[in-house]
Design a protein around this ligand. Structure first.
Ligand SMILES: [Zn+2]
Length: 233
């Protein structure tokens, strides 16, 4: 089962794998990874032992079950899959039955919401749909309690965090880079994309924030964590 250790640890985000089978969102293409680079990275992770980063997938693409699941299983690895309820059964995305199959294979199901929208901009009806209804649906389909959430596009603010805590979530996985601790509600992740060279991949596996990224990261974190409703990213 996917459980972030108390000691700080890198957590990776993957999106789609292989050729996309649906129309991509604007700017999404670089986040798709070929099967070969994905497998090479998994081999590397499998050799890292106790230092291995945790693995997560966002968006519920069909490649979660077609490529990720068998390749993880072949290496004895497990992951958390953050799913979008509004996309289930759509072409190129997971089906409802796939959610059950992932859970039965020992993978963890988490919430990415309903419609892939900015959680900072939700009205009460939106919060009901994105947090409560989507969560209930994933729990019903997977047979697992849904306690982990990942914010679409990595966008959150203090209000989003407060709401998820009030709803009883255990953690919010973000896209803020760095290392995550199982003791903290906010857990930064390191996003893998197809443009990364070996140095960038090594930094992500280690949860090391590269110097060029640091000033922007710190400013972004301060906005997201301190301001009541952070400005648009
Ligand atoms: Zn997403």
């Amino acid at each position: 089962m996917f459980r972030t250790p108390a000691e700080k640890h890198s957590v990776l985000i993957f999106h789609g794998l292989g050729p996309p089978q649906r129309k991509l969102e604007p700017g999404e293409a670089p986040f798709w990874l070929g099967r070969d680079p994905f497998c090479a990275l998994l081999d590397r992770i499998a050799r890292m032992g106790a230092d291995a980063p945790q693995i997560t997938f966002d968006d519920g693409n069909a490649s979660d079950i077609e490529i990720a699941l068998p390749e993880l299983a072949a290496r004895g690895l497990s992951a958390a899959f953050f799913l979008l309820v509004g996309r289930l059964d759509h072409p190129g995305s997971l089906s409802q039955a796939d959610v059950k199959a992932l859970a039965e294979a020992g993978q963890t199901i988490g919430l990415h919401g309903h419609a892939h929208r900015d959680w900072r901009r939700l009205d009460p009806e939106g919060r009901q749909q994105e947090f409560r209804e989507a969560r209930r649906r994933l729990a019903d389909l997977s047979g697992q309690p849904i306690t982990l959430a990942a914010a679409p596009f990595g966008l959150y603010d203090r209000q989003v965090t407060k709401t998820l805590i009030a709803e009883g979530f255990e953690a919010l996985y973000t896209s803020d880079w760095g290392r995550a601790s199982g003791r903290r509600f906010l857990r930064p992740r390191n996003c893998i994309d197809a443009t990364m060279d070996d140095r960038a991949l090594s930094a992500a596996l280690d949860g090391h924030v590269r110097l060029t990224r640091q000033p922007r990261r710190l400013l972004g974190l301060a906005r997201k964590r301190l301001l009541p409703g952070g400005p648009a990213a």
